[in-house]
Design a protein around this ligand. Sequence first.
Ligand code: COA
Length: 218
Amino acid sequence: MDALVIVGAGGHGRELLEVVEAVNEVEPTYDILGVLDDGEPDLDLLATYGVRHLGPVSLLAELDARYVLGIGSPYARRAIDRAATGWGRVPATLVHPAAMVGRRVTLGPGSVVCGFASITSNVLTGRHAHVNIAATVGHDCRLGDYTTLAPGARISGAAVIGDGATIGSGAVVRQGLTVGAGAVVGAGAVVIRELPAEVMAVGVPAHHRPPVPQLGWY
Ligand SMILES: CC(C)(COP(=O)(O)OP(=O)(O)OC[C@H]1O[C@@H](n2cnc3c(N)ncnc32)[C@H](O)[C@@H]1OP(=O)(O)O)[C@@H](O)C(=O)NCCC(=O)NCCS
């Protein structure tokens, strides 16, 4: 069994704990050492998963363990991944047993595919791409590094989701389009035109608003 830590003990981190539990039920694969978080996680809640808060994220430098990033922000995921790589750590890639991932799909290191998500054929993801519950990704798509597909997002065939982009819950991206790096697509939006980098797009059809405030993807 591979030793594993989850970085981030909030809601998403606990969702990843559930993914690991489901993976282990099918085949014992990971020995969860605990969670790392710079904040003060709810220890009672964590105890229900049978895991401990080991300490701050910087502890990863000393742990001989793989890691997954239970953090929604692509910026935070990128920063922690870069530090972890510098410390010589190697991420794990998680696929919930109830996800459908085609045989010609290549998931980048640290990527996570949650339950009921589906990724069909000839799809490539970058590092730490997160495909949340019930999100779907059609043929020939490319998901960049640190991309997030929120629950129920629908990415049609041959779309390109740029590094660090976030596609909100239930949003749709039409086939063949590119969503620029660091862009944020709001919940329920329908993207029918190319989106530049670092914009926020909402509505049906989606129109984009001024750049996302915290930006600076590059
Ligand atoms: C798009 C989003 C990122 C904007 O968040 P925000 O920067 O805090 O924006 P605000 O809530 O201040 O809204 C700004 C404006 O956009 C509108 N807006 C925000 N989200 C919208 C959405 N999903 N669809 C349509 N309009 C939206 C607001 O009505 C507001 O309009 P106004 O300026 O005319 O009043 C956010 O609303 C969103 O949809 N996030 C995705 C959530 C999600 O999928 N979460 C999954 C978690 S697992």
